[in-house]
Ligand binder design. Structure first.
Ligand code: TYM
Length: 349
């Protein structure tokens, strides 16, 4: 592999209903990262998806759909490595080692598990509980230095840093003895930010836009056509006031703040800039402007996704090529980890 200064990794679950939050909070930023001097790996995390029940036939389609969304949004599978997690067994292997590094107390603090498991925690899968450890393995199998994600992943990335740190400390002497210098795993930087790090529901500005919200009007799906996008924005909940002229005026106005944030992210500017232009406008004027911007940004992606989805053979070839390139990097890490931990490993070649 060519020597890059940065190694970027991120993942998206193939659980259906990719939405504007996934696009603005994550996928669009993946595309931006390609412009840096970095090797980028973008992974369809199918093993994470099955921590809750997935219909097998639907899952296969959803894996292809997320891959199509990556490419349609502008990820170049030649420049970046695009693959699905289950094709690279080193993720699961490293997750086991990390299961023996991470502490129960750390996982017990994970708020996303509490939210997803709900009241019936006894009935949640062990995979759902262990989800953040597999996520650490995804990232550290490539010793990634940067991980672009939405704000909801912040705690999981802190856990990744804790695992890397503890591994480096616990095995410090062995790491040095094996010739890896000081620390083996990097302390990964989360890349969270911009006006759309947390896109909220169009029906309730205090709730995150989510794949699992029962109301389809709460989110804009990446597969929505122009009419659906415009209609959902027209119907989005708002308050009766005009837009303020400064960001401070968005405080206590979650719906207005969300729509201004979405506009800023789609336009590639900031909330300040949007309010400079639209401050004082009523929603009856701002919503059509937002709808036009959303349609012109998203409709071409939806059209390209449809075009790519018509050729599943091509998508699968992209995934196979990506898996081969990803595995070559991950295997190097796993070989080193096995030596560091003290396993007797089969020598290759
Ligand atoms: P997933 O599939 O739930 O979400 C994919 C990405 O979309 C972001 N996101 C949002 N961003 C802004 N506003 C929203 N309303 C919104 N909803 C979702 C998420 O933050 C995420 O970046 N656990 C990860 C998948 C994963 C992963 C990894 C990510 C597995 N292994 C390793 C990074 C590195 C997740 O939640 O995916």
């Amino acid at each position: 592999m060519a020597a890059f200064k940065e190694l970027v990794f991120s993942g998206v679950q193939p659980t259906g209903n990719l939405h504007l939050g996934n696009y603005l909070g994550a996928i669009r930023r993946f595309v931006e990262m390609q412009a840096r001097e970095a090797q980028c790996l973008y992974c369809v995390v199918d093993m994470h998806a099955i921590t809750v029940w997935q219909d097998p036939e639907a899952l296969r389609g959803q894996i292809r759909e997320v891959t199509a969304a990556f490419i349609a949004a502008g990820i170049d599978p030649k420049r970046s490595i695009v693959f699905n997690q289950s094709q690279v067994p080193q993720h699961a292997e490293l997750a086991w080692v990390f299961n023996c590094v991470a502490r129960l107390g750390w996982l017990n603090r994970m708020t996303q598990f509490k939210e997803k498991a709900g009241k019936d925690r006894e009935n949640a899968s062990i995979g759902l509980y262990d989800y953040p450890v597999l996520m650490a393995a995804d990232i550290l199998a490539y010793r990634a230095t940067h991980v672009p994600v939405g704000e909801d992943q912040k705690q999981h990335l802190e856990l990744t840093r804790d695992i890397a740190q503890k591994f480096n400390t616990d095995f410090g002497a062995s790491i040095t003895a094996q010739g890896h210098g000081e620390g083996f795993f990097p302390i990964t930087e989360p890349i969270i930010g911009g006006p759309a790090a947390r896109v909220m529901s169009l029906r309730d500005g205090t709730k995150k836009m989510s794949k699992s919200d029962p109301s389809d009007n709460s989110r804009i799906n990446l597969t929505d056509d122009s009419d659906a996008i415009a209609q959902k924005i027209r119907r989005a909940k708002t308050d009766p006031e005009a837009l303020p002229s400064e960001v401070a005026g968005l405080k206590e106005r979650p719906e207005a703040d969300n729509l201004v944030g979405i506009y800023a992210a789609l336009a590639g500017t900031t909330r300040e800039d949007v309010l400079r232009e639209h401050g004082g406008a009523q929603f009856s004027a701002f919503k059509p402007a937002l709808a036009d911007l959303a349609v012109s940004s998203l409709a071409p992606i939806a059209a390209e996704m449809r075009r790519l989805s018509a050729d599943p053979g091509h998508i699968e070839a992209v995934l196979a090529d990506g898996a081969e390139r990803a595995e070559a990097i991950a295997q190097e890490t796993l070989d080193a980890v096995k030596d560091i931990v003290g396993f007797v490993r089969r020598k290759r070649g």
